[in-house]
Design a protein around this ligand. Structure first.
Ligand SMILES: [Zn+2]
Ligand SMILES: [Zn+2]
Length: 161
């Protein structure tokens, strides 16, 4: 009987050991995958994985405290968001002369009459003052109107053309 009991204890210990090893292995794999999502630095990846490999659960707790808070995908999404926000701000135009807010399709500033844009003589779409060719129809507009800097020219000089 003591021999049988010894065998049972051995089997139980082997099972527990195998379970612990598998659990440990899973923690290491999880950490490796997680740090790959958060850092491209190979040294950081190795250190994080080694931390969990050496210290197991306490190492994992340390890792979750110290790991970069954002994944690379999250950081990328945030940078895209910030970029579009900046672009939004840049697209809100203001009059170069009086600095009042103007719409992007204004030809003349309604406050100080400064010329902001001019229509293409061919397709009539609005062009920046410095453009030499209409980007919409390809018409050469370099001779049509005075080039920047914008001056407070009334709209009628445009209409006269
Ligand atoms: Zn103005
Ligand atoms: Zn045009």
């Amino acid at each position: 009987m003591p021999q049988g009991l010894g065998t049972i204890i051995q089997v139980v210990l082997a099972l527990v050991g195998a379970y612990a090893a598998a659990f440990w292995f899973c923690l290491v794999v999880w950490t490796f995958r997680d740090i790959q999502k958060r850092s491209r630095d190979a040294l950081v990846q190795v250190l994080a994985t080694a931390l969990v490999l050496l210290f197991n659960v306490p190492g994992l707790i340390l890792y979750t405290i110290l790991r970069p808070p954002e994944t690379l995908a999250e950081a990328y999404a945030r940078s895209l968001e910030e970029e579009s926000l900046i672009q939004d701000i840049e697209e809100r135009q203001s009059c170069p002369t009086c600095k009042r807010r103007v719409q992007s399709d204004f030809v003349v500033c309604p406050t100080c009459r400064a010329q902001l844009k001019r229509p293409c003589g061919h397709c009539n779409r609005l062009l920046q003052l410095g453009w030499r060719v209409c980007p919409y129809c390809g018409e050469d507009v370099s001779t049509e109107a005075p080039v920047a800097p914008p001056s407070p020219t009334p709209l009628r000089t445009l209409r006269a053309e």
